[in-house]
Ligand binder design. Structure first.
Ligand code: GLN
Length: 539
């Protein structure tokens, strides 16, 4: 099989949507009849994203095979509608770890192991393995960071080596940013020109330039970039801010981006099929009635700015469900710590149609979350709790319905008299050894649903498979008491008898799940739990 590779690199600044642009391009290539996969390279020394603070790095996305990756892998899964596995994610740490392991095993046959070419060669080996495993005709490789940064240079060197080795099979797209400074009132191309020159100094000439900006790129700007950067005019793509990220594929189609990428590889369009996707974006545009969802978390603030990147899959899953139900999401990011400082703030929750508490770690903000859950439960506001959001729901129920004073998770209070949430078997040792990286319960596990439960009804099947990322779990010693007090055990892992879903009765929708359904929601197959939640919230 002849694999084609398109490297996507960033210029000028980070955070301009390289991942989303690559994913949207991937979808349009797929719609033309090609098998596409995507690789994400993170230049960090961290072996995976699991040890990074979500405020700094955004969401930790979990793959079916339990890798803790960059959130862009989630973006690729959503656009390409495929499950992406470990082999498609690499970091500097991971690459070096393999090189060093190989050296320790004498696999370099006694030779001196060098940063160049041995490190880029390991990168190339990983890229080729991922393409092979996915049987991909086209592999998109997103190199994290921005050109000119010291830390991604070895990845660019790998890309350059691949192009030198097979010039017909490797292409480059630079996703750059074109500012429109208000004081000037004009779109400026100079930073992009510098970015191309910086890329040139790594031995790489971009074949495509994608210009992200607040506004569309006009003809004079395209001409400038074409002329000064030696990129064909029709290979310069305008990518202004979109009203919905799901409109980007259409925007690319209007400029024949995918078709020109295929042409540059010497490939032809095999089919054209964006109908289902277009129907999805039409549903988003047609929605009139809005539904107000409060997402209660804590990974929002960075200095004076509020970011919601830590919960990106949750946000997208809400959007998918809203498109399905035919409503417009109005999402508010609520900081759980605020409810600890001032309990009267809880009253603002009555303006919400639904409340969602996503995953989390540690003590900051947890009491606020528990208060929010009590309010949602008692005031019959639809509630969806994900992972920590489920554990907090169990704590709330134990304290307020069962009267178990001080009920807690041992993550917060290791000496609690009522550890309704406690460590998973085998996790004690990891904590003793300070072995935190990659040691949570990760990846997909089956769960059997209870007949008659809300979850059983919304899923419409008896056994499901969902992705996990946690170290603590429901304590089965309290199961009987909690059930007797009215807590519904709606889903259990059949092998280990772990409680995976709890619900309460006589409530429009109150579901807490130990797993992360948000990772499996796709635009064209919205997640049943989110659909059930949004439906309850909008009725
Ligand atoms: N902190 C909890 C645990 O480790 C929940 C994790 C999460 O929400 N992802 O079990």
């Amino acid at each position: 099989m002849n694999h084609k590779y398109l490297f996507v690199v960033g210029g000028v600044m980070s955070g301009v949507g390289k991942g989303t642009s690559s994913a949207a391009l991937g979808l349009t290539l797929k719609s033309k009849g090609y098998k596409v996969t995507a690789i994400k390279i993170d230049p960090y020394v961290n072996v995976d994203a699991g040890t990074m603070n979500p405020v700094e790095h955004g969401e930790v996305f979990v793959t079916i095979d339990g890798d803790e990756t960059d959130q862009d892998i989630g973006t690729y899964e959503r656009y390409l509608d495929v499950d992406i596995t470990k082999v498609n994610y690499m970091t500097t740490g991971r690459v070096y770890q393999s090189v060093i392991e190989r050296e320790r095993n004498l696999e370099y046959g006694g030779k001196c192991v060098e940063v160049v070419p041995d490190v880029p060669e390991e990168v190339i080996r990983r890229i080729k393995t991922a393409a092979e495993m996915a049987q991909a005709e086209i592999t998109l490789i997103e190199v994290g960071g921005t050109v000119g940064e010291y830390q991604n240079i070895l990845f660019l060197e790998a890309a350059r080596m691949m192009r030198a080795e097979s010039p017909d099979d490797v292409r480059f797209a630079l996703v750059s940013y074109l500012p429109v400074p208000p004081s000037i009132g004009e779109m400026k191309t100079k930073p992009t020109q510098y970015a191309v020159r910086t890329l040139n100094s790594a031995g790489i000439q971009p074949d495509f330039v994608l210009g992200r900006s607040t506004l569309p790129m006009d003809k004079p700007r395209k001409e400038k970039i074409a002329r000064f950067c030696s990129v064909p005019w029709d290979h310069i793509i305008s990518a202004p801010d979109a009203s919905s990220i799901y409109n980007i594929p259409r925007m690319f189609e209007d400029q024949d981006f995918a078709e020109n990428v295929l042409k540059s590889f010497g490939l032809t369009v095999k089919q054209k099929d964006l109908a289902e996707w277009t129907a999805f974006t039409d549903r988003i545009a047609a929605a009139q009635q809005s539904v107000k969802i409060g997402v209660v978390g804590k990974y929002f603030s960075t200095g004076d700015f509020t970011l919601s990147d830590a919960y990106i899959s949750v946000l997208e899953a809400i959007k998918h469900a809203c498109a399905e139900v035919g409503v417009k999401p109005e999402i508010a990011w609520l900081n759980s710590e605020e409810y600890e400082k001032d309990a009267s703030k809880l009253n603002e929750l009555k303006d919400f149609d639904g409340v969602l508490i996503p995953g989390g770690f540690g003590s900051r903000g947890i009491e606020g979350k528990i208060k929010v859950i009590e309010y949602a439960r008692k005031n019959k506001i639809p509630y969806l709790g994900l992972c920590y959001g489920m554990q907090c729901a169990v704590i709330e129920f134990a304290r307020n319905e069962l009267g178990l004073l001080g009920a807690n998770t041992t993550e917060i209070d290791s000496a609690t008299k009522n550890p309704v949430i406690h460590l998973l078997p085998g996790q004690e040792q990891n904590l003793c050894d300070s072995s935190y990286g990659g040691t949570l319960r990760l990846g997909s596990y089956p769960c059997k649903l209870t007949e008659g439960s809300t979850s059983r009804e919304v899923y419409g099947s008896e056994t499901i498979s969902e992705r996990h990322r946690h170290r603590y779990e429901f304590n089965n010693d309290y199961r009987k008491q909690l059930e007797d007090a009215g807590l519904v055990i709606a889903g259990v892992n059949p092998e280990k008898d772990l409680v995976e879903i709890v619900e309460v009765k006589d409530h429009p929708f109150f579901v807490g799940v130990q797993f992360h359904p948000e990772f499996q929601s796709r635009p064209l197959s919205p997640h049943p739990l989110f659909v059930g939640f949004v439906r309850a919230a909008s009725s």
